[in-house]
Design a protein. Structure first.
Length: 177
C-alpha cells in the first residue's frame, strides 16, 4: 500500500487569447497582482485555429502564455480557474469578453489545463472546474507531445518550444531549493 504524500509544486501559467494588446495588458497587470511575478512571457502569436471566439472578441486573435515565478499546489488549479474567470468578467464589455484566460500548470512530466467544460478526457476537480493533461513530456523524444484531444494551438511547434523552455526554467528553479 502506498502512503499518500503532498504533491510537488508546479509552475502556474496562463494562456491569454485576445484581439487588442491593451486588453491583454490590462489582464497581464491583474494576473501579476494576483499570482505574482512573471518568470517568462511569450510573444503574441496569431491564433487562427477556429472561429469560436471571433464573434465575442472580433479579430484577428492572438495567443500569449505567461509563466509565473511562484509555484502552486496542483490542487489549487480549480480556484485559479475561478479567479481567471472573474478577471475575464471584470474586463468584459457589454457582456462580451475582451480576453480569454486559460490557466494551467507545468510539471517536468506534463502540462495540465483547467476548463469549465466536461468531456471524456477531463477529470472533475471542484467548483465546476475540470482538468486535462494536454501535453506529456517524452524522455525519449526530449519534448512535449500532445494527447488525442489537445487543442491545436498547444500542438503548434512554436508553443511547444516555449513550453519546453518553461520546463527547463522550472527544473533550474526547482534545483535551487
Amino acid at each position: 500500500m502506498g502512503i499518500p504524500k503532498s504533491p510537488d509544486k508546479t509552475m502556474l501559467f496562463v494562456g491569454a487569447l485576445f484581439s487588442h494588446e491593451n486588453n491583454y495588458m490590462k489582464a497581464y497587470r491583474i494576473l501579476q497582482e494576483t499570482f505574482g511575478d512573471v518568470l517568462m512571457e511569450t510573444p503574441p502569436l496569431a491564433w487562427d485555429y477556429s472561429d469560436h471566439y471571433k464573434d465575442e472578441m472580433s479579430g484577428p486573435l492572438f495567443r500569449r502564455f505567461i509563466f509565473f515565478e511562484d509555484f502552486i499546489e496542483p490542487g489549487s488549479l480549480a480556484g485559479t480557474k475561478v479567479t481567471t474567470n472573474e478577471i475575464e468578467l471584470t474586463l468584459s464589455t457589454g457582456g462580451k469578453r475582451n480576453v480569454n484566460l486559460d490557466p494551467g500548470y507545468l510539471t517536468p512530466a506534463k502540462i495540465v489545463l483547467a476548463s469549465t467544460k466536461d468531456y471524456s478526457h477531463r477529470i472533475y476537480l471542484k467548483e465546476g472546474i475540470y482538468a486535462e493533461t494536454t501535453l506529456i513530456f517524452s524522455k525519449e523524444k526530449g519534448r512535449f507531445i500532445p494527447n488525442i484531444n489537445t487543442y491545436n494551438d498547444y500542438r503548434d511547434d512554436r508553443n511547444l518550444k516555449y513550453f519546453l523552455l518553461a520546463r527547463e526554467l522550472f527544473l533550474l528553479t526547482v534545483r535551487k531549493y
